[in-house]
Design a protein around this ligand. Structure first.
Ligand SMILES: CC(C)(COP(=O)(O)OP(=O)(O)OC[C@H]1O[C@@H](n2cnc3c(N)ncnc32)[C@H](O)[C@@H]1OP(=O)(O)O)[C@@H](O)C(=O)NCCC(=O)NCCS
Length: 155
């Protein structure tokens, strides 16, 4: 498996992959696609960057960006792996390549905002395996009983 910066040719396979991930609602897919498009169109100025995993076709991606008004904190906006290969280390490899880039840039922190419902369903365990902990919680932020969780870690 190879992890590399996104290219324009990745846009269509990533859109197709996002539609196969049952955890994502259509409106979430639309936002994910906007960020992918922005990262391809203007990797320097848009505030969004993506790395893609290929094996040999596209099997996942990670989308991140320097958090506005911070010196060295990055937001991890999106990470997704094709359902056919989830649980085989692709997510970990994507995160590893992202963390490596941040180390080279001298960046120090990563923040992930997610809903508590989504977190309990799947992703919280994954983020904790990567060394994140829940450092913030806004109750009922998304809906009654659905909190905003802020996962955070130092690089
Ligand atoms: C969450 C996701 C990105 C993880 O990628 P993945 O390739 O399936 O995960 P990996 O195989 O790299 O797993 C890495 C580690 O996390 C653990 N892990 C993965 N998913 C987990 C889960 N749901 N609960 C607990 N641990 C989990 C693995 O056991 C592994 O642990 P290890 O280091 O001890 O071996 C992927 O499953 C996915 O795309 N899910 C749907 C989309 C989504 O919810 N994205 C996040 C919100 S944007």
């Amino acid at each position: 498996m190879n992890v590399r910066p996104i290219e324009a040719r990745d846009q269509a396979p990533l859109s197709a992959m996002l539609r196969q991930i049952e955890q994502f609602k259509p409106e979430e897919v639309a936002v994910a696609e906007e960020l992918i498009e922005a990262s391809i169109r203007d990797p320097q100025g848009s505030g969004y960057e993506c790395l893609v995993a290929e094996d040999p076709g596209v099997v996942g991606y990670i989308c991140f960006g320097l958090t506005p008004m911070t010196e060295s904190t990055y937001d991890l906006y999106w990470i997704a792996v094709h359902p056919a290969v989830q649980g085989r280390g692709v997510g970990k490899a994507l995160y590893g390549a992202f963390a490596e880039q941040l180390r080279k840039r001298g960046s120090a922190q990563v923040r992930i905002e997610t809903s508590s419902k989504e977190s309990y369903a799947a992703t919280g365990g994954f983020y904790e395996r990567l060394g994140f902990s829940v450092d913030g919680k806004l109750r009922d932020f998304y809906a009654p009983g659905d909190d905003l969780l802020i996962f955070y870690r130092k690089i």
